[in-house]
Design a protein around this ligand. Structure first.
Ligand SMILES: Cc1cc2nc3c(=O)[nH]c(=O)nc-3n(C[C@H](O)[C@H](O)[C@H](O)COP(=O)(O)OP(=O)(O)OC[C@H]3O[C@@H](n4cnc5c(N)ncnc54)[C@H](O)[C@@H]3O)c2cc1C
Length: 497
């Protein structure tokens, strides 16, 4: 069959690209060897977030006086797993296939292979197209820990998100997003977990304060942490997995999850038939004449939303509308409790941090952030935001205004002039921008609105005085009749402290 475009791999980015191309009037096919919807729909984003949600809802209720008294039982694990099964459509992709048919997209079932320029072989058939989009995703990487690759029954993310029973003790090798999310999911579903990370903080690809603070929260919850240690050997002792280390006691668990990253799935896709040794793309997602690549197979950020962004870039270029990928503001969210989120740079000329406990919304959720880690950090080049990261309830939602600010290159003065609704977590931006201004030695002008918005009782003069006093910051005082904003000496701001 001849098409305008063939998308090789029907994960979320592949589907997204196919849909855009079909909307643009092209005749499109997706080649999929497993399930349309890919990893995200059945074994990654959707089931992992579904498994996390009940524990988070329960913890939120337990932190809220009044609601806490209503929570008397334990989590119903069978109900959680049934909900997970519902969310992954019982691992059945007929709904996704019907969606594709509705969009006018052909789904060709089977393993696809490039077979020269503009040619894709699926079984005995060869299909042709002016454009081929490679969207074959990634596969788990198992590190060369002696004994590990030979061990039977070791879990990857698939086995974990599709669990049919909660492990008594899950050893998690790898403290990245998948590792921390799954460790907390298991813990909150009634098991226990220990996370092993070779770096000396969780979330090794994210700013250190984020990983440090999440580690503090995890330790308080009883999640075991082995940081800065490399496993030296893995073995089975009866039914137990044993992970050994050179410098500490071994870990034992009834399950072992290897969550040490993924690598592009480029084996057996026929790149050699196009003379390509190493897959590379330009900023249009073009990998050569008529070949495009999107998603985990070719990305600095193996995330669904990044893959879908790349899909829109590739589709636009294929449809003749030139567009280039920009990775200056890529949001990353770790859906733990507290939630961790980051966007853009981790470092820059000016970095400021404010605690979330200074934001009124936090106290309406829970008093626990007075002692638990929660913060917003802004990174700036002095003119604009270049990065931001934060930890706290729904951090992935409220950090998005930093994503927009970075991507749109919003000047700090304009950001300073943004009205943040009271009481929301977004007010942390007011506090952090005030800190940023102080760091930059630029006191607010009288024309600016008060950093505490409509509730701020200070005159501009008071603000200027505060700006000039090291160690002083605007804080919100709670616990007295009513809620007031006060200026008081702040404790040293340390994420995690
Ligand atoms: C546990 C876990 C949780 C995650 N949570 C999140 C999250 O919350 N948010 C987020 O943004 N990202 C998350 N991710 C990452 C996200 O799952 C991936 O970035 C995303 O699935 C990548 O999509 P993809 O289409 O590139 O790859 P895939 O989803 O793997 O899709 C590739 C498809 O191609 C098919 N295929 C491969 N080779 C061939 C071939 N030769 N012929 C035919 N078909 C082929 C495969 O069967 C597959 O369906 C998570 C990942 C994991 C492991």
């Amino acid at each position: 069959m001849n098409y305008d475009a063939i998308v090789l791999g029907g994960g979320a980015p592949g589907e997204h690209c196919a849909a855009r191309l079909a909307e643009g009037g092209l005749r499109v096919a997706i080649v999929e060897r497993e399930r349309v919807g890919g990893e995200c729909s059945y074994w990654a984003c959707i089931p992992s977030k579904t498994l996390l949600r009940p524990g988070q809802a329960l913890a939120a209720a337990r932190r809220a006086p009044g609601a806490a008294q209503a929570v008397t039982g334990e989590i119903d694990v069978a109900a959680v797993l049934a909900w997970r099964d519902f969310m992954v459509s019982g691992y059945d992709d007929s709904g996704a296939a019907a969606w594709a048919a509705g969009e006018g997209i052909d789904v060709i079932r089977g393993h696809g292979r490039l077979a020269g320029p503009g040619r894709v072989a699926v079984g005995d058939e060869v299909h042709t197209a002016a454009h081929v989009v490679l969207a074959t995703g990634s596969e788990p990487f198992v590190p060369p820990v002696p004994g590990l690759r030979e061990l039977p029954g070791v879990w990857g993310s698939r086995e974990t998100t599709s669990m049919s029973a909660v492990p008594r003790h899950l050893i998690v090798l790898g403290g990245g997003a998948v590792g921390v999310e799954m460790a907390q999911a298991v813990t909150r579903l009634g098991g226990t977990a220990t996370v092993v990370e070779g770096m000396d903080h969780l979330l090794p690809r994210e700013p250190r304060p984020l990983g440090d603070a999440l580690g503090t929260a995890f330790a308080a919850e009883g999640i075991g942490l082995v940081l800065g240690e490399m496993a030296s050997r893995a073995r089975l002792d009866g039914d137990e997995y044993v992970l050994e280390f050179a410098g500490r006691e071994p870990l034992r668990g009834d399950r072992l999850l290897v969550a040490t990253g993924r690598r592009p799935r480029v084996g057996d896709v026929g790149l050699e038939t196009l003379g390509i040794e190493q897959l590379r793309v330009d900023s249009r997602m073009n990998a050569g004449s008529g070949l495009w690549a999107v998603g985990d197979v070719m990305t600095p950020f193996p995330l669904t939303h990044v893959g879908k962004y790349q899909a829109r870039i590739a589709a636009s270029n294929i449809l003749g509308r030139p567009r280039h990928a920009d990775y200056s503001a890529v949001p990353r969210v770790m859906f733990t409790d507290p939630e961790a989120a980051a966007v853009g740079d981790a470092e820059g000329p000016v970095v400021v941090t404010v605690p979330l406990s200074g934001v009124a919304r936090t106290a309406t959720y829970t008093r626990s952030y007075a002692t638990e880690p929660g913060f917003l950090t802004l990174v700036s080049d002095g003119e604009r935001l270049t990065g931001a990261y934060g930890l706290g309830p729904e951090a992935g939602e409220w950090l998005q205004q930093a994503t927009l600010a970075i991507r749109a290159r919003v000047p700090l003065d304009v950001l300073d002039d943004v009205i943040q609704p009271f009481p929301t977590f977004s007010e942390a931006f007011l506090h952090a921008l005030l800190e940023l201004r102080t760091e930059l030695g630029r006191p607010r002008s009288r024309a600016g609105s008060g950093p505490l918005g409509s509730q701020g009782a200070q005159s501009p003069g008071e603000e200027l005085a505060l700006d000039g006093v090291p160690g002083q910051r605007q804080r919100l005082a709670v616990g007295q009749p009513g809620l007031r904003h006060a200026a008081e000496p702040a404790e040293e701001v340390r994420p995690g402290g």
